[in-house]
Ligand binder design. Sequence first.
Ligand code: DCP
Ligand code: CA
Length: 407
Amino acid sequence: MAQRTIMHIDMDAFFVSVEQMLNPELKGKPVVVGGKPDQRGVVATASYEARAFGLHSGMPLVTAVRLCPQAIFIEGSFPKYREASEKFMGILADFSPFIEPMGLDEAYLDVTGFESLHGSIRQMALEIKKRVREETGLIASIGIATCKVVAKVASATSKPDGLIELTAGDEATFLAPLAIDKLPGVGKKTEQVLRGRGISTIGKLASMPPDILKSRFGVFGIMLHRYANGIDDRAISPRGDASSISRETTFARDIGDRVFLSDKLSYLTEKVGADLRQHGKQTRCITIKLRYSDFTTITRSHTLSQSTDTDQAIFQVGEDLMRKALAADRRAIRLIGIEVSNLVEPGKQLSMLNGNEQRQEKLNRAVDRIRTKYGFSAIQTGRTLWLKDIFPEGSDDQTPPTPNLPR
Ligand code: DCP
Ligand code: CA
């Protein structure tokens, strides 16, 4: 592969910085977003002043209060963060069309060959930081390297308000002294296993024979070996062109009731399915999204071997993903969403489907026809019917009824 230049841009203390920008009295102080001190949740993010006291994302609020009683605790509000995120991504899109947003506050840019436009890539990064600061009031840190994983570690290492540009060939040397949990992909469990074997730095991990890592971790072990050596040929994959369709909804209060969540998911799935069929597409990848009361957000995906566009098939996968996620973390849910991506042209003729699939296919088409004529709520399946009483029509859809545009 020809040598590339990849930039990873990540906002510093994102939620807190948005709050500080909107209320300058909070600047320079220990601030926590995630909830009030007497609430049960965890820290979503802590300002760097609060981090000096040992506070970090995911820490229970009670612990945060104990370590730093003088901190200012804010519940936070998602629309503000989304607005800041949209401005941020908009600025980045001005610099390169090859942009891959990751969540709200970080993105990769492929900037291979862009030096001639800006004098140098470093100069380009400084211009990005300047525009982000001027137009959003927020601080972004940037890592520049020949691949994603190294660029990401570089931006994280440079924080706060940092910029690290690595020269090609220096990747492994840069990573070597860092603790293994700094390597993307290494979560708590992997870290424990590695440390248990005396592997505490990325350099140590890099020198492990790949076969040994493979026998312990499977293909993930091979990935670890490559990442630790600064090797990563993942491309930047822009997510613009109607490549996904999603619906999500935020609840007025946190919901713990599994049946209710399932029914809500079913309702959102019907909307996604209708949209999908209207676009004449089928999906191969189904993703659910859950946000807990402390704003922690998880997504779980499943890739199908065969594409589909029926509500039933999509729901089956979505519900299964949700059930597993809810079993692993029993906290109440603030937001639920479903997305179909990896959209393809229908590959199968109706005649190739089995009897049951044919019936579902025909039923979906009939429902779509009626809905096109009389509106979405003209027909609701049994599962979703009673949701109408709780959520008046139109009150829940936060996503515009079009496929996702660049985020
Ligand atoms: N977030 C969250 N729960 C977590 C981690 C993060 O809700 N367990 C939210 C709050 C963060 C935002 O996502 O502000 C971005 O996460 P980052 O990991 O990028 O952390 P920050 O931007 O807060 O800090 P920094 O990037 O400066 O380390
Ligand atoms: Ca961040």
